[in-house]
Design a protein around this ligand. Structure first.
Ligand code: FO1
Length: 312
């Protein structure tokens, strides 16, 4: 059993590779829900959907989110009614949010709803939200606090980041099966996702960080920062905004207490001595996953590191 933690595009790319390298039924993914929000009365869970659509082979590869070849007729009609149209909900994607919201109203938990959605779309890996309680990532910008999607999509991430908080996280509990999956895992992967706003909220759910520290399973993380830049998304803005240098070394520091191994890109080979001095064992790999072959090869390399680190 392999457990992966993450959210969004970076995680999905690696997970697609993992599902080619092992039987997907042996994979459990614990996904960030801090990006979730309600729009037009619908509960939208972007990271859960990105992971599910990607593993179902339905994701729009170019954008990284939403469904391939989706249309946006409902969105333009919503705009005619004067409703907010800054968040690009495709017609098929909208059906997911309608379905999820209806099931949540029938008092199913987000765990149950996510399981129904992934099964309907033919995803064999188990996909777990980090928690069933509402948690909202709030970005404190130089213009004031902004819910995450407003900061990122509506305002185009143009405001400087000063701090980040996860509203509701202290009262939240890990969703059912999350701690059990970590405890029973043979290996754990922290995906190359934003350490502050994708993996950060998961680690902030009371009990999850401690479970990762306590598990005998080896924990490997892959840096989402390559050569001092994030490949996709605003990881660099968040690291810099919180006062960290934008480098794989900063990511290693954020995960230091959890890790058995940290994988950085070959471009960052000169950072190895500083990471090992933390002390965190570190290795290099080709981490840029711009085609399926590279996703599979990084997944296989990560899995073989996990196997070599497994206690006897
Ligand atoms: N990201 C954007 O930058 N613009 C969008 O209009 C947008 C729409 C969208 C719709 C559904 C969905 O599941 C995700 C969507 N995303 C969009 C991506 C998402 O906001 C972020 O990439 C994640 O929250 C970050 O992990």
């Amino acid at each position: 059993m392999i457990v992966a933690l993450g959210g969004g595009i970076g995680a999905s790319k690696l997970l697609l590779g993992v599902c080619q390298a092992i039987d997907p039924a042996e994979l459990t993914v614990i996904v960030n829900t801090g990006d979730d929000f309600v729009l037009h009365g619908l509960t939208i869970c972007p990271d859960l959907d990105t992971v599910v659509y990607t593993l179902a082979g339905l994701a729009d590869q170019e954008r990284g989110w939403g469904i391939e070849n989706d249309t946006f007729n409902a969105l333009s009609w919503l705009a005619r009614y004067g409703r907010e149209a800054w968040f690009n909900l495709g017609d098929r994607d909208l059906a997911t949010h309608v379905h999820r919201t209806a099931l949540l109203r029938q008092r199913l938990t987000l765990t149950e709803v996510t399981d129904l959605i992934r099964r309907s779309l033919g995803v064999r890996a188990r996909i777990l939200p980090m928690t069933n309680e509402p948690v909202s990532t709030i970005v404190l910008t130089d213009e004031g606090p902004r819910p995450f999607q407003e900061y990122l999509v509506r305002d185009g991430a143009r405001h400087a980041v000063r701090a980040v908080s996860f509203e509701g996280v202290k009262r939240s509990r890990p969703a059912p099966s999350v701690l059990e999956a970590i405890e029973a895992a043979d290996g754990i992967i922290l995906c190359p996702s934003n350490p502050v706003i994708s993996v950060g909220p998961i680690l902030a759910v009371p009990g999850i960080r401690d479970a990762l520290r306590a598990t005998v399973a080896p924990v490997v993380a892959i840096s989402p920062v390559v050569g001092g830049r994030s490949l996709k998304g605003p990881t660099d803005k968040f690291l810099a905004g919180l006062g960290y240098e934008v480098s794989a070394l900063s990511v290693a520091r954020l995960y230091q207490d959890l890790l058995d191994l940290f994988i950085v890109d070959r471009l960052d080979v000169e950072l190895l001595p500083a990471i090992e001095a933390l002390p965190v064992k570190a290795r290099t790999a080709e981490t840029v996953m711009d085609n399926l072959e590279r996703k599979i090869s990084l997944a296989k390399e990560t899995l073989s590191w996990l196997a070599s680190l497994r206690p006897e």
